[in-house]
Design a protein. Structure first.
Length: 305
């Protein structure tokens, strides 16, 4: 079955039979890494407190969460292109995000929101991307839990496209897309956020956290609301861990560009477990293959919830 993802315009093929493909590559190297990580004491890890000399002077450090400039940035501050931060969210080398307390996660979100505000204060910054790569398969180069913030001097094309289609949808239907019952399957919700599966999901077991409030940026939520966001985030990451021990995953946080006040856009978070890698077809065609339908994903996720 072929559909088009609404928020990106990307064609997506649902091909569930691909899950039955035989895999000839052994995962012994990953298993070995997982086994050794249990006893890994962080020797040589630049994000551990004992190796603080290996990272630049912190931008922020409260003893639990630390923000440092990335030593290997993809955005050059020297060239005036923007900023690239690393947010080290725990001093403990082996602590996983799913193990964080609710208070710890709320503190992290408050720190991210404050840094977001600081970066928006720079005149040349137009868009800020917050993301987390967890595991080698998700693009992480360090095992120690961390996030990244990329502050750019332009709005990425994907975000521009998203703003256009959301505005058009609102004008045509008189409804905010994020309120559409057809667009999302609700798995769980609290008073401020809903954990959902997009009905046009691009990735296997992809889920979103969407807000019920008219909020466009992480920095617009109250302290209480950030606590509710942390509750949703911890719940879904715990579900992924229950389904697949020590999963690789990406967390992508979507905020409106600076200066954007269009209410058709709302803050949301995309969670992508890396159950399959992009390959030649995706790179060459710009299309995606999803091996699990939203309905099948719903059954599995609700069972774990």
């Amino acid at each position: 079955m072929l559909i088009k993802n609404f928020l990106t315009g990307t064609p997506v093929y649902y091909a569930e039979e691909r899950l039955r493909r035989p895999i000839s590559f052994e995962k012994s190297s990953r298993k070995k890494n997982d086994e050794t990580s249990e006893s890994d004491d962080g020797e040589g890890c630049p994000f551990c407190p004992k190796n603080a000399y290996m990272t630049p002077t912190p931008i922020f450090d409260n003893g639990t969460i630390k923000i440092v400039p990335n030593l290997y940035p993809f955005i050059s501050e020297k060239e005036g292109l923007g900023f690239h931060d690393v947010v080290i969210d725990t001093p403990l080398h082996n602590e996983r995000f799913a193990e964080f307390s609710q208070e710890h996660i709320q503190m992290l979100l408050e720190v991210l929101a404050e840094r977001f505000l600081q970066l928006e204060g720079y005149e040349h910054i137009k868009y800020i991307q917050i993301f987390k790569n967890n595991g080698l398969g998700a693009g992480a180069s360090q095992a120690h839990s961390h996030w990244q913030i990329g502050a750019q001097n332009f709005v990425p094309p994907k975000i521009c496209y998203m703003l256009d289609v959301l505005k058009e949808y609102s004008e045509k239907t008189g409804e905010n897309y994020f309120d559409s019952k057809k667009a999302f399957i609700t798995l769980w919700e609290n008073s401020c956020f809903a954990l959902v599966i997009p009905t046009d999901s691009m990735f296997t077991y992809e889920t979103h956290i969407i807000t019920k409030k008219s909020r466009q940026r992480l920095s617009e939520f109250s302290r209480e609301e950030l606590g509710l966001l942390g509750e949703a985030l911890k719940k879904q990451i715990s579900v992924y861990e229950a389904y697949d021990d020590r999963p690789d995953y990406n967390i992508c946080v979507y905020n409106a560009p600076k200066g954007c006040s269009d209410s058709s856009f709302r803050f949301f978070i995309q969670l992508i477990p890396r159950k399959g890698n992009m390959a030649g077809f995706e790179f060459s065609s710009g299309c995606y293959i999803n091996s699990v339908s939203p309905e099948a994903c719903e059954k599995i996720m609700k069972g774990l919830l």
